[in-house]
Design a protein around this ligand. Structure first.
Ligand SMILES: [Fe+2]
Ligand SMILES: [Fe+2]
Length: 287
């Protein structure tokens, strides 16, 4: 099943209350810092996605896909901008997000310089699959963001909705310009295994490092709560295992998993965020 959805660039500003960066999630510091560790990857990761897609843009023959690529680039640019502000809040709190960010940049520069453009696009669609299945988890169960500080909660929900909205764009581009044959299949599957391994090898120490620097390393109750959130009930990461495996089906397409109904609430979310932007007192007065 393939939904025809055109991603729309939405220029939203969240004016995050920076002093809440360490405990914006209702589950406390350990769960907040799990999401914070993910945020460290976004600004530069998304620039990498934009560059790898842009490289093939001129080869697209299909007008609809051309328009989707424009929307994809616009959305990722907005995500990068808002996550830069988000990550600044980590740095202001004295957490090592800038140092971790430089590690991400170094790795992406290495891939940009030493791997073929086709591998970079394969890496992009693999990471887009990872973000799409994580986004699905955010949207599928309100418990994952229940009680979160409203601006942080809205930012994660907005990002998850737009990741869902554009989840097939880079994939369709890959199929169109590099082909869906056996070599294309092997390359995209290899890229998912590599991207997943490298991503979690970095996320885990970043998560522990943020918690440690925040003085919560030996808060065992916090770790138990976070492990339960991720792997127990509701199981934020546990729920991604089967959708992750779907990628290895030879005829896989991101919209096989049609979760487009989660986009129904996007206009009301935009309205909510616009009231945040108008009301600067909430963010600045609290800061
Ligand atoms: Fe994004
Ligand atoms: Fe994306």
């Amino acid at each position: 099943m393939k939904a025809t959805i055109q991603p729309v660039r939405r220029n939203l500003e969240f004016n995050l209350p920076k002093e809440r960066i360490g405990d914006w999630h209702a589950g406390g510091a350990h769960i907040s810092h799990f999401f914070n560790a993910l945020s460290i990857f976004f600004p530069d990761g998304e620039r990498f996605f934009i560059d790898s897609v842009r490289h093939y843009r001129d080869r697209i023959k299909d007008g609809e896909l051309k328009q989707s690529v424009r929307g994809f680039i616009g959305q990722e640019a907005m995500h990068g901008r808002e996550h830069e502000e988000y990550n600044d809040a980590l740095v202001e709190k004295g957490l090592p997000a800038d140092r971790y960010g430089r590690i991400v940049v170094g790795l992406l520069k290495f891939f940009s310089k030493f791997t073929p453009k086709a591998s970079q696009l394969a890496g992009t669609i693999a990471l887009e699959h990872l973000t799409a299945i994580l986004a699905h988890m955010v949207l599928s169960n309100p418990r994952f963001l229940e009680g979160a500080e409203p601006r942080y909660g809205a930012l994660w929900k907005w990002h998850a909705m737009e990741e869902t909205e554009h989840k097939a764009v880079a994939y369709d581009l890959y199929q169109q310009v590099l082909g869906g044959g056996i070599l294309g299949y092997i390359q995209r599957c290899t890229a998912l295994i590599m991207a997943t391994t490298i991503f979690w090898i970095m996320v885990i120490p970043f998560h522990i490092g943020l918690v440690r620097k925040d003085g919560q390393l030996f808060n065992i109750a916090g770790w138990v709560k976070a492990m339960n959130f991720l792997w127990g009930s509701p199981g934020f990461l546990r729920g991604t295992i089967l959708p992750w495996l779907d990628y290895f089906k030879p005829g896989f397409h991101p919209w096989d998993h049609d979760n487009a109904h989660y986009l129904d609430g996007i206009d009301s979310l935009v309205d909510q965020v616009n009231t945040f932007s108008d009301d600067t007192s909430g963010a600045s007065a609290a800061a």
